[in-house]
Ligand binder design. Structure first.
Ligand SMILES: *Cc1c(COP(=O)(O)O)cnc(C)c1O
Length: 403
């Protein structure tokens, strides 16, 4: 599963060049194209930039996505600069008045409004700026039957939630929106929902149908003819235990095509993050030491969860491949090379905390000091969610392969 370009670089880098993040941009391009091709042509695909906002990643995705979902003023500025001209949808809780003003100045195309107060702040900011038309999607905690979410890893809707608006609150927002009574600058263009993460394709389709049905009922009940957009969110599942079992985009695309037929005149939109970029990134490092304690083997790696916090936050084993380093030049010390063979080994980093574990008791044929370890699925929620400064180890190198 590791491509030869990533493997070659991983073995050519010296110990002092490690750890390194290696991004396989051709693999990202191929994956994004395959995802886009599996979706019906009318469905809009936004990329949730918070998953990985590195400019080469944003730019590689550009030909394959309709736009980008940004979740802060910082992301709005950053994505605007990295991919000028690409449509932006500004979501996220706790938008400040300053962020809203700046987003208006940047010409952000869609605002995903999360509360009644935010709607009022946005209206005020637009009036102050002399902007007479701002396109709004209300983020709604669309009610779902409890069995609809199945095995969701991170349920964000369907219960008490700091995100979005409950259906009752939506009623209170309508008078502030044009098309629903107000002559103010805010236009209600649609409904946005992001209810859960980690769903497989059938569960995603169930959730999408519930959101689209809810939007239709709202628009019929209140005669909202301009409510033409339904953003059903992201959260397409990935499987860290089985990197080769990917989200079934073909089944999802087919289901979304059927959903679009049932909702003529509405634009459906999705905004995945993780499932688009997770596979393109590798965190490559080397084994510094191997030791045994209490009868168990530990491999101490250069780097750790301050660079890739994903396994600590999600409490999983980060998938990895061992790249054996067999040249005699690798081991020049006058003592025996520390090694484990045919036994479970726990891969830890350099931090002084027992939480700095990347993978626990994983069976490996052989692992020796100096061998390289390439952690897979490090392209999303990896470097950018990590606490880099803890212990002041050097930062990793960053390599964006594009050949
Ligand atoms: C984080 C987030 C996404 C992307 O979620 P993934 O699990 O990365 O697909 C999309 N929309 C909203 C509102 C989010 O908060």
């Amino acid at each position: 599963m590791i491509t030869s370009t990533v493997r070659t670089l991983a073995t050519e880098l010296t110990g002092d060049d490690l750890p390194a993040y290696v991004y396989d941009l051709p693999a990202l391009r191929a994956h994004a194209r395959a995802v886009r091709d599996a979706l019906p042509p009318g469905l809009e695909l936004y990329y949730a930039a918070k998953a990985n906002p590195a400019p080469p990643v944003l730019r590689t995705l550009a030909p394959h996505v309709t736009g980008y979902e940004v979740a802060s003023g910082g992301e709005a500025e950053h994505v605007r600069a990295a991919v000028p001209g690409a449509p932006l949808a500004f979501g996220g809780p706790g938008k400040t008045e300053g962020e809203l003003r700046r987003a208006l100045t940047l010409g952000v195309e869609r605002f995903h409004v999360e509360s009644e107060q935010e709607l009022r702040l946005l209206a005020g900011a637009a009036e102050d700026a002399g902007i007479d038309a701002v396109d709004v999607l209300l983020r709604v905690n669309v009610p779902l039957a409890s069995d609809e979410l199945g095995g969701a890893a991170l349920a964000m809707g369907g219960g008490p939630s700091p995100f979005g608006l409950d259906p009752e609150a939506v009623q209170r927002c309508l008078p502030l929106l044009s098309g629903a009574g107000s002559r103010g600058p805010l236009r209600l263009r649609g409904i946005h929902a992001h209810l859960a993460s980690g769903l497989d394709a059938p569960a995603q389709l169930t959730v999408a149908a519930a959101i689209a049905d809810w939007a239709r009922k709202l628009s019929e009940r209140h005669g909202l003819d301009d409510l033409t957009e339904v953003n059903v969110g992201g959260g397409m599942g990935v499987d860290y235990a089985h990197p080769d079992r990917r989200f079934d985009w073909a089944a999802y695309g087919k289901g979304m095509a059927d959903l679009a037929l049932r909702h003529p005149g509405r634009t459906l939109r999705i905004e995945p993050g993780r499932a688009l970029t997770v596979y393109c990134g590798w965190y490559v490092t080397e084994v510094l030491d191997i030791k045994h304690s209490g009868g168990e083997a530990f491999a101490v790696l250069r780097g750790g969860t301050h660079h890739i916090r994903t396994p600590a936050t999600k409490q999983h084993d980060q998938p990895f491949q061992v790249l054996p380093m067999d040249t005699t030049a690798t081991w020049t010390r006058p003592w025996a090379r520390p090694a484990v063979r045919e036994e479970p080994v726990t891969l830890v980093g350099q931090l002084c905390t027992p939480k700095d574990v990347l993978a626990r008791r994983v069976q490996v044929p052989e692992l020796r000091a100096g061998d390289r370890v390439a952690f897979a699925m490090a392209g999303a929620y990896a470097w950018n969610i990590s606490h880099h400064d803890f212990l002041m180890h050097p930062r990793p190198g960053f390599h964006y392969l594009d050949t």
